[in-house]
Each structure stands twice: as structure tokens, then as C-alpha cells.
Design a protein around this ligand. Structure first.
Ligand code: SF4
Length: 392
């Protein structure tokens, strides 16, 4: 597995796979052909079906140049490797300079055709499953934070930046009261929720408020941290910062929580998928809930086994969750889903802490099942907006 750094990307929403990664790909291609006089970009699969609502065409044109870029939404062709394919072509004086096929595989990551998904050029962790990590930690008598520190050199410095970015996003989302972009005319709710929290200060009210603040910022194209994706970016900050502000958890401990959350997110990314277009929302909100539950279990004083159990429960109880955003925008059901998953993460952690940590289904097993379930889901439930809530 590579560094947690590559899981927590900071950038503009609303989608890591449909906005951040296409923007990154367009920037790479532009660097290779700065003098091209025309770019043709074909979008396939989920990118073709929901790219408009997710601003894929907008960010590509903005990066390559509005006047010299044409986008084609190809609804006929698809690739088995991953649904989110993009074909970039550059021309100069009517001569094709290059054709580049690249895939947005989730969380802002890019891969080329048939490039192994679980292999990274920047591997820093020698272990590939939670079972291996737990065994190693036991033999070395270390906890999961010490484990991450041991292999992911200097990650703390980057996580300080992640912490600040999440904090800023919540602060921004708390004061915005406008209507979100798109035809649904969804009004932001975070500020109103915060007012209600101030009247009756409960932990869950603060948690919902922070989740909405981030998810609404994401939906408006604001800056968020992929945790592990943009669509699910509200879950982890809600749990972390509600714990900070309600339970006085220190910044240092919150950063420890980011390490633990990142470790679980990384395992899901490398052994299954965090792409809604590939495995449905269980890979986004389910993964985010699992990461947040692990961090919360750590804050509650859980040992390695209890933390692993919390992460397992949170993912297990999102199995089969479909991705069916209404009108192809990351708003309904996504925003509300972030708030509810935050509360679920808290429950999963509390439950795990009432046990010794011993349990039947391991985290690794549930990750495997999540992947299988996701592959079995019909395409209409995987970020295509052609089924489920999107068609009601
Ligand atoms: S339904 Fe879930 S996976 Fe789909 S766009 Fe919304 S948050 Fe992402």
C-alpha cells in the first residue's frame, strides 16, 4: 500500500472521480501538449452519464482551454477495466499528436489500462491486510498509530495540512446559506442546524451540523479533503471535529485519528474500491463510515482489535448501499447520507468498545464482500443516475 498522503487529497468538489481526477488528467495532458490547437476528450461509462451534473466537462474545458476543447459523452462504449474512462486527443495543424486513455478509479486516483489496481509505485507499507497489520503490531507490541508512524514517514506534517483544510471547510460551510448549484435548488441546511445545536447542545446535533457543512461545501464545488472521496467527505471531519469541540479532544489526538482512519481507508482502496461508479455508495459512504468509526474507537480508548471491530461493523452495515444521485448531482441522497453515516460511525465505535474486540467477521472479510457485492450490483446503481432514487 502507498502512503495515506495519496488517500487524503485536497481539492475542489463535488466529486473526486468525476471532478478532481479528470482535472488532474487534463493538467497532465496539457503539460505534454501545451501548444496543441485542439483537444478532443471522450468520456465513457459513469463519466458520460453523470459527468454533466458532476462538472466533469466544465473542469476539463477549464484546464485545457474552453475555446480549443471539445467534449464527447460516449454512452455506447465501455471498458471492463473500470467504467470511468477518459480518452484525451491532442491535435496541431490537423495532425494528431497523442491519444491517451486513462481511468479515474476513485478518490481522485488515475490508472492506465490494465495497470494493476492494488499495486502502487510508491508503496510504503509492507503489509496488505489488516490481519497482517494486527499480527505485526502484536509481535512488536505497538498500537496502530505507532504502526503508521513507523512506515509512513513524515505523514504527520501532511496531516496537519489536512486537519486545517477540514477545519476551514467546516467553518465556511457553517455560515453559507445559499442554494446549491443545479436544477434541484437544494437549500443549504448547516447554518440552520448549527442554530438548533446552540439551543440544545447535544453531540449528535453538532455531528450532523459538521457533516452537512462539509458535504454542502463539496456540493457547491468548494475545497474539501477526499475522505476517502469528495461525495463522502463530510463523514470523517464531522466525527473528528465534533469530538474536538464537544469532548475536548486535542489536535494531536485528532491527527492520530486521521492516521488510523487513513490506514483503514487505504486498505479498502487497495483491496476493494472506493469508487461509487465501481462498487456503489458502500465504497464511498461505507468506507468513510468505517474510517470514522476506527478513529472514534481510538478516541474512546479502544485497543487494536476493538478499533478493527468498529471499522468492520461500520462497513458491514453499509453493504449493498447503492449510488443513485438524483439528477446526477452530489446532493440527494449524498449530503444527508454523510450526516447519518457520521452517527453510525459513532454507534459502531461504541458497540465495539463494549466487547473484547473478538468477533466473527473480520475487517478483511467484509472488505472482500463489499468488493464482490459491488461488482454484482447492476450498472444502474453505480453512479449512472439510471436507477434507484435517481429515477423516482
Ligand atoms: S450516492 Fe454515495 S457514491 Fe453516489 S455520488 Fe452520492 S455519496 Fe457518492
Amino acid at each position: 500500500m502507498d502512503s495515506i498522503h495519496n488517500l487524503f487529497n485536497i481539492g475542489n468538489g463535488p466529486s473526486s472521480s468525476h471532478t478532481m481526477a479528470p482535472q488532474k488528467a487534463a493538467a497532465i495532458f496539457l503539460k505534454r501538449h501545451p501548444d496543441a490547437d485542439f483537444f478532443l476528450v471522450e468520456l465513457f461509462g459513469s463519466l458520460a452519464l453523470t459527468g454533466k451534473g458532476h462538472l466533469t466537462d466544465y473542469v476539463i474545458k477549464k484546464t485545457l482551454g474552453e475555446s480549443r476543447t471539445k467534449i464527447v459523452f460516449n454512452l455506447q462504449q465501455s471498458y471492463n477495466y473500470h467504467t470511468n474512462a477518459m480518452k484525451f486527443k491532442a491535435f496541431k495543424d490537423d495532425i494528431q499528436l497523442e491519444k491517451w486513455l486513462v481511468f479515474s478509479v476513485g478518490g481522485g486516483a488515475l490508472k492506465e489500462l490494465d495497470e494493476p489496481r492494488s499495486f502502487s509505485k510508491e508503496e510504503v507499507y509492507p503489509h496488505k491486510t489488516m490481519a497482517e497489520i494486527l499480527e505485526y503490531c502484536q509481535s512488536e507490541n505497538i498500537n496502530l498509530v505507532e504502526y503508521v508512524n513507523r512506515y509512513d514517514k513524515n505523514i504527520r506534517d501532511y496531516l496537519e495540512i489536512v486537519y486545517d483544510s477540514m477545519d476551514k471547510t467546516i467553518a465556511k460551510g457553517l455560515i453559507a446559506t445559499d442554494v446549491l448549484p443545479g436544477r434541484l435548488k437544494v437549500k443549504r441546511k448547516a447554518a440552520a442546524f448549527y442554530e438548533l445545536y446552540l439551543k440544545e447542545k447535544t453531540f449528535s446535533k453538532l455531528l450532523y451540523t459538521y457533516a452537512l457543512a462539509t458535504a454542502e461545501e463539496n456540493a457547491s464545488g468548494g475545497i474539501v479533503v477526499t475522505a476517502p472521496t469528495c461525495g463522502a467527505s463530510g463523514v470523517l471531519p464531522a466525527v473528528l471535529f465534533a469530538c474536538r469541540d464537544y469532548h475536548n479532544i486535542s489536535k494531536e489526538k485528532i491527527i492520530d485519528g486521521l492516521m488510523i482512519a487513513g490506514l483503514f481507508g487505504n486498505l479498502i482502496k487497495f483491496n476493494a474500491s472506493i469508487s461509487g461508479a465501481e462498487v456503489g455508495c458502500q465504497g464511498e459512504i461505507g468506507a468513510a463510515c468505517s474510517m470514522a468509526a476506527a478513529a472514534e474507537a481510538y478516541f474512546l480508548g479502544g485497543n487494536n482489535e476493538q478499533i478493527e471491530y468498529a471499522a468492520e461493523i461500520a462497513l458491514e452495515h453499509h453493504l449493498g448501499l447503492t449510488c443513485d444521485p438524483v439528477d446526477g448531482v452530489v446532493q440527494i441522497p449524498c449530503i444527508e447520507r454523510n450526516a447519518i453515516a457520521g452517527a453510525k460511525a459513532f454507534d459502531a465505535a461504541n458497540y465495539a468498545l463494549m466487547t473484547s474486540g473478538k468477533h466473527f467477521i473480520s475487517f478483511d472479510k467484509v472488505v472482500e464482500v463489499m468488493k464482490e457485492t459491488g461488482y454484482d450490483l447492476q450498472a444502474k446503481y453505480k453512479e449512472t443516475s439510471t436507477g434507484g432514487l435517481a429515477t423516482k
